[in-house]
Design a protein around this ligand. Sequence first.
Ligand SMILES: [Zn+2]
Ligand SMILES: [Zn+2]
Length: 422
Amino acid sequence: MKKTYTGVRGTSDFSPREAAFLNHIVQTARNIFKIFGYEEIILPVLEEEGVFSRGVGETSDIVEKQMFKIARRSEEASSDIVLRPEGTAQVVRYYLENSLHKQSDFYKFCYIGPMFRGERPQKGRLRQFHHIGAEAIGSDSPYIDAEMINLAMRILGGVGVSQKELKINSLGCAQDKQKFSKDLKEKLTERKNELCPDCLRRLEKNPLRVLDCKEESCKRVVASLKLGTAHLCDSCKKQFNEVCRILTDLGISYIHEPYLVRGLDYYTNTVFEIISKGIGSCDAIGAGGRYNALINDLGGPAIPALGFALGIERVMLALSSPQASEKLDVFIANLGEAATAAGFKLLEEMRNEKIPADMDYCSKSLKAQLRYAQRLGVRFVAIIGEEELKEGVVVLKDMGASTQVKVKKEEFIVELKKQAQH
Ligand SMILES: [Zn+2]
Ligand SMILES: [Zn+2]
């Protein structure tokens, strides 16, 4: 016996039913993106490591332990090649590479595709997963913050995620963030002995990361800190209040969560996270925020921007049962070689009429063919045997109503369409 293979750990196969479910989510998102004026771009899964180490941040978990490195570009190159862990820094790379800021002040992009993680896969953390994301580049208006959140919520609503909770916070501008980080460091240093080894390191390099720690003892320390909006300057406070007001006007309810910082260094001002109650308390199905310094960090001018991403696998988890996949309308059961040829011809005619149809290719018995048709869930079966061939007819069987009629071959499609309307 030859060796058989299993899929790579941390990756998943999508069965026809799951693929149809995923496509339904993607199609819903595309429709809503269109209504909101976001244009889709398709970028490669390969990217230089620097895009993320500089963009997302050296101390972020993504860069520290989760990047999927695949090759060194060349001996001279400054950066290795990785499988992209997220979309935002890559969209900014695309934006800057094409000097889009010289062509227009404002852009709205969306993207859909696989993302990768290099760390050892664990429950709920895949090596390959899929994101639906959007970015708006060039505006500082609180209306675009609210639009971005509205967009994410609408897509989730559109695919049927009803039990969801929106958490928002503001990190403030770069100066506010620095102040926040400094205050946090002071408060956390006092309780150093309660923090995990990872957080002791974070405390030195990037204290904000401690707020994301999943260790119980660290979570306890964080929960006891009195965090609020004190770190925000007047203009950032005003901006955040405006975002909240507009969300309220839109009828979108939210929770102000002062501990919410998100795991990526590039965020400034508004950050948000959408939790589905269906899949456990710590699992965000989507998240996003402003990244007013990222374009500058990646070598461009200071241009404000923001975005979000939804995890498609997590959205699928949050929805109880997959949608039914697209069904074939007609199955042709044929008996004998001549009938197979006639069936194949009829199949082509139906496909020309855009009627989803298929036939038997395995010379099964009529009984077996009908059983197969039932499994496919088709509504109609067209039966062609030797007798039907001689008479120039086709038997049209309605599987739902359990009725059947003989139809002249030339009138078959007209009759089928007539019956399909009932
Ligand atoms: Zn500020
Ligand atoms: Zn910790």
